[in-house]
Design a binder for this molecule. Structure first.
Ligand code: AMP
Length: 397
């Protein structure tokens, strides 16, 4: 089957076109600045050169139309016609408590996703626009919704409840949901596969460290706790997000800065994290460079970041009463050896380590700890698009 995987933002649309039999990416690209001046589409076929076209895209329907045109272009396309697109898989950020797994999209599902808009006002409406655009252009092609939150629906109440009046959970569903679920599920599955074990026999801690970052405790194949919460602002220090802070900081800073809660939320989402701490960058490549040049704030930032990662790992060892595998993934987890080394220094008590030579490797599945270590530390590259493709095929077939 040929599956079009779509990840829609409010002004962007990322796509991959995957052959599910060979799991080969036939083409991929990005539509940017949809609905804004200067919109452009990139298109990279598997055996061809990457193209960038500046072209008006007043809305997402036009963007999807252009993606289809690129895929079916007689010269640079990878298929002959629209009928060669067998299914579409959509990444949906928030499924609330309604979705514990992926589903075939129908009118009822669309309504249920709309009902979760409140919980992800920046993401879910954009995801729905993507569904609507595909529906208009490919009405008979089956579509599947794959939720960032679904994998974490197995968490028990003790992990998802906050210490606030229970009525807010009852009335407004205020609780921990967790995100990056597709990645945590995929990486824990691939880690077990690589080790030749059944995921049901393992306690795995997945560290998804990208621009957004979260850690999940996967016990016997089920998410039992995760660091992101009601929103993706909770948990670890991230590229520009603060992660968990004392909630009283919100009103304290609002007073000092003469702003309101929304003003402080903007700071916590966009100006905090390693960017805000280091005053250098949200990108770990820049941070690593500054660290190596002796920048003191970059050093403190990387130490603080790694300390927080190590503390979360420790708390999930407690949650699962043990751990067998620690898996690093996503941009920082796969590439930034300095962070992996710094975190590993806190974890020797577990009977694991990060071998300095193996730690030079990046972007491939590799065991970093010594053979025979009590706990395996490894890198497992994530691939959310492939995971969405697999889910789509599972439901459509
Ligand atoms: P993601 O959100 O998973 O795409 O991760 C993005 C982040 O990963 C970037 O902001 C960088 O900080 C980091 N990153 C990506 N590639 C590299 C690399 N080659 N070396 C170091 N850090 C990287």
């Amino acid at each position: 089957m040929n599956v079009l995987v779509i990840n829609c933002g409010s002004s962007s649309l990322k796509y991959q076109f995957i052959n599910s039999d060979s799991e080969e990416v036939l083409a991929k690209g990005l539509c940017e600045r949809i609905g804004i001046d200067g919109s452009r589409i990139s298109y990279q076929p598997k055996d061809g050169d990457k193209e960038e076209t500046v072209i008006p895209m007043p809305d997402h329907t036009v963007a999807v139309r252009l993606v289809i045109d690129k895929l079916t272009n007689p010269e640079t396309g990878v298929v002959k016609s629209l009928s060669d697109i067998d299914a579409v898989g959509h990444r949906i950020v928030h499924g609330g408590e309604k979705f514990a797994s992926s589903v075939i999209i129908d009118d009822e599902v669309i309504k249920a996703i709309e009902e979760c808009n409140d919980l992800a006002p920046l993401h879910n409406p954009a995801n729905l626009i993507g569904i609507d655009a595909c529906k208009k252009l490919m009405p008979s092609v089956p579509m599947v919704a794959v939720f960032d939150t679904a994998f974490h629906q197995t968490m028990p109440p003790k992990a998802y409840l906050y210490g606030i009046p229970y009525e807010y959970y009852e009335k407004y569903k205020v609780r921990r949901y967790g995100f990056h679920g597709t990645s945590h599920d995929y990486v824990s599955t691939e880690a077990a596969k690589f080790l030749g074990k059944d995921r049901k026999d393992l306690k795995i801690i997945v560290c998804h460290l990208g621009n957004g970052a979260s850690i999940t405790a996967v016990d016997k194949g089920r998410s039992v706790d995760t660091s992101m919460g009601l929103t993706p602002l909770d948990g670890l220090i991230m590229g520009t997000r603060s992660g968990s802070i004392d909630p009283a900081i919100v009103t304290f800073l609002a007073g000092k800065l003469n702003t309101d809660a929304d003003g402080v939320m903007e700071i916590l989402n966009k100006k905090s994290g390693v960017l805000g701490l280091s005053k250098v960058s949200s990108d770990f490549r820049d941070l690593e460079k500054a660290y190596n040049e002796g920048n003191e704030l970059a050093k403190i930032t990387l130490e603080t970041y790694s300390y927080h990662v190590a503390k979360f790992i420790g708390s999930y060892v407690a949650a699962m009463n043990g751990v067998d595998v620690i898996a690093y993934t996503a941009g920082v987890g796969e590439n930034t050896s300095l962070v992996r080394r710094m975190v590993s220094e806190y974890l020797t008590y577990l009977g694991t380590n990060v071998d300095p030579e193996k730690n030079k490797l990046r972007g491939e599945t590799v065991i970093l700890s010594d053979p025979g270590s009590k706990v395996v530390t490894m890198i497992v590259p994530t691939n959310e698009e492939l995971a969405i493709c697999r889910e789509t095929v599972r439901l459509v077939k």
